[in-house]
Ligand binder design. Structure first.
Ligand code: SAH
Length: 194
């Protein structure tokens, strides 16, 4: 593993993300929405998250900037990052498959929305966010630069902590006791732990 290959791995992660997401994004445009909670804050949070997972690391990958934050490359960390990246993308794929037409990029309730509690959603309420955390961790392991590497954790972390409570309130308002019971038997991100 060399630094160039590690950077390519990071880029492949972005390509995989777009390939998994694109068909859902297209379908989402045609699926009727019953309730949309996309506020200015939500838009700002998404911009912060995409900057951390996309723009800042892309600048480093292409230009090696910011140079002052660079530290020596470790092949072992980069291999580990590659494994975490693969796990992130497999999990991301499964969440999209299980949510199907109910997927949305932000907080929305679709027409005839149903609570998904099967597949990857059986044990976890937010497996897609678990996959983004894994993606952000892989970025930190692959890119030997304190700013570019950690930008994903900070950017997605801000989105996650600002959004997850709103999302659960929206689901409680929509599905009431069904979601309350689902909350009681599941965890947010890590099976059996959190
Ligand atoms: N937080 C989830 C889903 C993210 S996509 C995860 O991390 O896997 C965001 C949309 O998914 C929300 O707008 C909500 O409408 C929908 N959603 C979240 N959990 C759901 C569930 N268990 N069943 C059906 N739709 C769900």
């Amino acid at each position: 593993m060399t630094l160039l290959i590690a950077k390519l791995m990071w880029g492949l992660g972005c390509v995989a993300y777009f390939c998994i997401r694109y068909p859902h994004q297209r379908r989402a445009r045609k699926t009727a929405v019953a309730q949309r909670r996309v506020t200015g804050l939500e838009r700002a949070l998404m911009a912060i998250s995409y900057s951390g997972l996309g723009v800042v690391p892309l600048i480093y990958v292409v230009t090696d900037q910011p140079a002052f934050a660079t530290y020596p490359f470790s092949p072992v960390l980069a291999w580990l990052g590659t494994l975490v990246l693969i796990a992130a993308m497999v999990l991301l794929y499964r969440t999209h498959r299980d949510l199907g037409r109910l997927w949305s990029i932000s907080l929305e309730i679709r027409d005839r929305h149903q609570l998904v509690t099967h597949g990857i959603y059986e044990k976890l309420r937010h497996p897609m966010y678990s996959s983004f955390w894994l993606w952000a961790i892989s970025q930190a392991l692959l890119l030997p630069n304190w700013i570019a590497g950690c930008a994903g954790l900070v950017g997605f972390g801000i989105l996650y902590f600002a959004r997850v409570g709103h999302e659960e309130r929206m689901m409680l308002e929509t599905f009431g006791s069904d979601y309350r019971a689902y909350m009681a038997r599941t965890h947010r991100l890590i099976p059996g732990i959190y």
